[in-house]
Ligand binder design. Sequence first.
Ligand SMILES: [Zn+2]
Length: 169
Amino acid sequence: MILKIVKYPEPVLSQPGEPVTEFNAELRKLVADMFETTYASQGIGLAAPQVGVSKRLTVIDLSMGKEPKDRLVLINPEIISSEGKLYEEEGCLSFPEIREKVVRAAKVRIRAQNENGKWFEMDGEELLSRCMQHEIDHLNGVLFVDYLSKLKRDRVLKKFSKAAKRAAE
Ligand SMILES: [Zn+2]
């Protein structure tokens, strides 16, 4: 089932998500629906708050559905170490059509639980590192525009609300 993606400035996007404690059929259904929604939107990652569910869960697939081994489910994820710097353009399904350069760590190591509740650690570099940081930020109520200078953020948000208004007309 394709879920509705909430757009900025829905309050759920700015709230920290609750830890996931039940690893059941309902959770697996949400994960499947989140992948389906990501592919339908041609995204590479989606966090639960973006579908209105305030929980610490995100899905990532850099292959956009082409490589089953690239499907990543990160539940209650944390960044345990990071190094280096990347400065590249980023977008977000909750901010359609906005792309801005933000600074991220070039490499991260994360710790997370899978759909069955099993903890694992993994490394991400380059695009995967950036995507992991972007999605984990969502679980903390942090959005990529929060990394822009105030001046730039105000300008981007203004442009975004104008475009959203036009789309609603
Ligand atoms: Zn996003």
